[in-house]
Design a binder for this molecule. Structure first.
Ligand SMILES: Cc1cc2nc3c(=O)[nH]c(=O)nc-3n(C[C@H](O)[C@H](O)[C@H](O)COP(=O)(O)OP(=O)(O)OC[C@H]3O[C@@H](n4cnc5c(N)ncnc54)[C@H](O)[C@@H]3O)c2cc1C
Ligand SMILES: *[C@@H]1O[C@H](CO)[C@@H](O)[C@H](O)[C@H]1NC(C)=O
Length: 187
């Protein structure tokens, strides 16, 4: 039997070690790799970036579509939205705008209403992540991944040099910051 003094000191020491361990763990949680805590992120409005946002590369969400007619119609509409989005993306995007496009493309894939298409397209994105540095980069990337899908479906390859003309909607390049704001208030 150890004298009570020694035993008491041992218990105190053990408690200290546990407290230190918990402190380090909490610190790690508060600042994962030098970033803001989830609470601080939520307050700053950037919570979708790290832990609390949806997974950008998770499983395809929609069920199998099957019907080939619907699948093709949906595909034509979807490609139109994607290519037009890239054609109207800023040539010099801000970091926030780049992040928005990157997330959009990934979630577009995850939520694409044709589950089996989304499954395949997820593999394409894993190999060729969206290029978001500029309008040109995004448009070229969009053309390239569409060509990968074309190839798999035995469709003709599209010449990506024509991408600029193909998706120039003729709708001009107005200052979207202004129009966006005024239209936003009316809704
Ligand atoms: C993300 C995604 C995944 C898909 N996965 C599948 C799938 O797994 N199985 C399936 O059956 N269908 C899939 N589809 C649908 C498929 O890609 C076609 O949209 C559909 O088969 C209709 O083909 P389409 O011949 O009318 O031309 P689409 O491929 O729909 O193209 C529409 C038009 O875009 C132009 N275009 C063609 N290639 C390019 C390019 N590289 N860049 C820019 N413009 C181009 C042409 O003018 C073409 O007529 C997918 C669609 C999307 C958006
Ligand atoms: C596929 O969907 C179209 C449009 O809704 C429908 O007309 C057609 O009958 C469907 N085909 C099959 C095989 O279910």
């Amino acid at each position: 039997m150890a004298p009570p003094g020694i035993k008491g000191r041992f218990v105190l020491f053990a408690l200290l070690v546990i407290a230190l361990f918990l402190f380090v763990r909490l610190e790690g949680y508060r600042a994962p790799s030098g970033q803001l805590s989830p609470i601080q992120q939520a307050k700053a409005g950037t919570s979708n970036k790290v832990s609390s946002g949806p997974s950008l590369t998770g499983h395809a969400i929609a069920p199998k579509l099957g019907n080939a007619t619907v699948k093709a119609e949906l595909g034509r509409a979807a490609w139109k939205v994607l290519h037009t989005t890239f054609a109207r993306f800023p040539e010099k995007p801000t970091p926030d705008e780049k992040e928005a496009l990157r997330s959009y493309v990934h979630l577009f894939q995850r939520l694409y209403p044709c589950g089996e298409c989304a499954e395949h397209f997820g593999k394409v994105l894993a190999k060729y992540p969206p290029q978001v540095s500029s309008r040109t980069a995004a448009a070229m990337w969009g053309c390239m991944v569409h060509n990968i899908v074309n190839k798999r479906l035995h469709k003709p390859e599209f010449n990506c040099e024509d991408i600029g003309d193909a998706y120039d909607c003729g709708c001009g390049d107005e200052d979207t910051k202004d129009t966006g704001r005024s239209e936003g208030v009316d809704v």
